[in-house]
Ligand binder design. Structure first.
Ligand code: HEM
Length: 505
């Protein structure tokens, strides 16, 4: 290339870059963005905030910048909402504007590019939510499946009494048994199937893959590619593991789906077939409402959203009852006096137990299973308060902080169920008070709440009816350290406790 041509090329490149910068500045000037730390090119605020995007670290930034602040990581705007008023605006008043979801390279893989319900929007989301509501997310389903949950809770109690003699002495780790219990609840609802025990190979495979998927989905690694697409090639190894894990899980789900299809076609007397939730989903597929992939991702979503949330909440509930024996005794007293000693709790009795309800509400306040909800986004430019929110911003509602801000709650760091019977007795889980929204509010709120609450009530009630839950010998308290996951709030060390059968039973 001669010198003149090279000079011309360089000049052209320089002008093109200058024009691109000027256009981007002009475009940015249109927006009155929420306050936040000043971003630097390419990294945004990455170097300042690092990975500290957790529910208990974000309040520091909120104190500095306000109830709505925005920072930039790479190319992505992240808006954080930290007041009940602004949460109401984003989730309810402008709920439609902010009802979209963001996917990234990892979630494109995990959802088959949005074949699921949780990480899609628009008409596909509406259709999926409708299809799933009929068999799962309503009171009729609760009536239908509560017997399964009661049976599974009874089986867990019996197992602990018979198969774990050390439960009474040195103590046992509850996590795997709680996982088996929750997988069984889910697979009975979905397929009318249960796993035989903690060593059932299918259960072992599935729960290992469920954990692996969860760890990959919460990894900080995908942020690099999400925030700066230029860095995506560096993610190849990680994304391959995501793909492999996703395929293995789908193969297990296919196994259940195909077996169910075979059973339906081979059963002559359909009246005798116990209806399973998947039957309705397969009918929708047959009618052409959804496709085969949608069916698999419905099973996938039920596993992702409906298992770990329950296990985590139960673990936290047990931790607090062990560490605060006075709360446990009060709960046992309520169950004994309302139901009578030895009468096992059923779903239909749960409305008579206000203290049990208050204990659960307190667990979901202090140890919210999804403390930042699931991130929302806006498809179009929008406004919140006096600020502009550019289209495609990731909007994080810090629901945990709304429920744990000392400006709005009395001693929020203390586990005290009584608050829901005294000064906060009007507060419900359905979002009637935006300080307390563990299931979100509005069109993207959790449809599984209707199942989660009775399942949690029955299980927790049965455990304290049948056992004194105690700290293992030599320990003063159960460790309450939290895991360092990005989007969830999990007990760091698997819960080990002593379960002593109650003498009155
Ligand atoms: C303690 C238990 C649970 C908690 C605390 C919880 C919480 C949440 C939260 C905070 C969201 C996101 C709301 C938002 O983005 O604004 C959500 C979404 C969702 N949850 Fe739950 N959940 C629980 C149990 C369940 C169960 C048992 C199921 C199913 C059986 C379930 C199914 C779903 C689904 C499908 C979504 C996505 C909804 C959508 O995007 O339209 N959840 N959940």
């Amino acid at each position: 290339m001669d010198l003149l041509l090279m000079e011309k090329t360089l000049l052209a490149l320089f002008f093109a870059a200058a024009i691109a910068v000027a256009i981007s500045k002009l475009r940015r000037k249109r927006f009155k963005l929420p306050p936040g730390p000043i971003p630097v090119p390419f990294f945004g605020n990455w170097l300042q905030v690092g990975h500290n995007l957790k529910h208990n670290q974000l309040p520091e930034l909120a104190k500095k910048y306000g109830d709505i602040f925005m920072f930039r990581i790479g190319q992505r705007n992240i808006g954080v909402i930290s007041s009940p008023e602004l949460a109401k605006q984003v989730l309810q008043t402008q709920g439609v504007d902010f009802s979209y979801r963001i996917r990234n390279a990892a979630f494109d893989i995990f959802t088959g590019n949005g074949q699921d319900l949780i990480f899609t929007d628009g008409d596909h989301w509406r259709k999926m939510r409708r299809v799933m509501t009929v068999p799962f997310f309503n009171n009729k389903a609760v009536q239908k499946y509560s017997r399964c949950w009661e049976e599974e809770a009874a089986s867990m109690v019996e197992d602990i009494k018979k198969s774990y003699p050390q439960a009474m002495t040195t103590g046992i780790c509850m996590r795997t048994r709680l996982k088996l219990f929750t997988h069984n609840n889910m697979f009975r609802m979905l397929f009318d199937k249960r796993f035989e025990g903690e060593d059932d190979p299918l259960f072992l495979d599935l729960q290992e893959l469920n954990v692996k998927r969860d760890v990959l989905a919460q990894s900080h690694r995908y942020n690099y590619g999400d925030f700066n697409p230029i860095l995506r090639p560096l993610l190849r190894g990680y994304l391959n593991t995501c793909k492999e894990t996703c395929e293995k899980r789908l193969r297990i789900f296919d196994h259940f789906i195909q077996n169910r299809k075979k059973l339906i076609t081979s059963t002559n007397d359909q009246e005798k077939l116990v209806f399973a939730g998947i039957d309705h989903i397969l009918e929708a597929q047959q009618m052409g409402v959804i496709n085969e992939d949608n069916v698999r991702y419905i099973v996938d979503n039920m596993n992702n959203a409906g298992i770990d949330t329950i296990v985590r909440s139960l673990e936290w509930a047990i931790v607090h009852l062990v560490n605060q024996p006075e709360v446990q005794r009060k709960l046992q007293y309520e169950l004994d006096t309302v139901l009578g000693p030895g009468i096992q709790l059923t779903e239909s009795d749960t409305h008579k137990l206000p203290y049990l309800e208050a204990v659960l509400k307190e667990v979901l306040r202090l140890r919210m299973a999804a403390p930042l909800l699931v991130p929302h986004t806006n498809a179009n430019d929008a406004e919140v308060g006096p600020y502009d929110i550019p289209a495609g911003s990731r909007i994080t509602v810090n629901a945990w902080w709304l429920a744990n801000n000392p400006a709005h709650w009395k001693n929020p760091e203390v586990f005290r169920p009584e608050r829901f019977l005294e000064e906060d007795s009007h507060v419900n889980v359905n979002g009637n008070d935006f300080r307390y929204i563990p299931f979100g509010v509005g069109r993207r709120s959790c449809p599984g709440m209707v199942l989660a609450l009775p399942m949690l009530r029955v299980t927790l009630g049965r455990l304290v009816q049948n056992f004194d839950l105690l700290v293992p010998p030599g320990q003063v308290n159960v460790d309450t350290s939290e895991d360092d996951e990005q989007f969830s709030l999990r007990l760091l060390n698997p819960l080990k406790i002593v379960l002593k059968p109650r003498s009155s039973l």
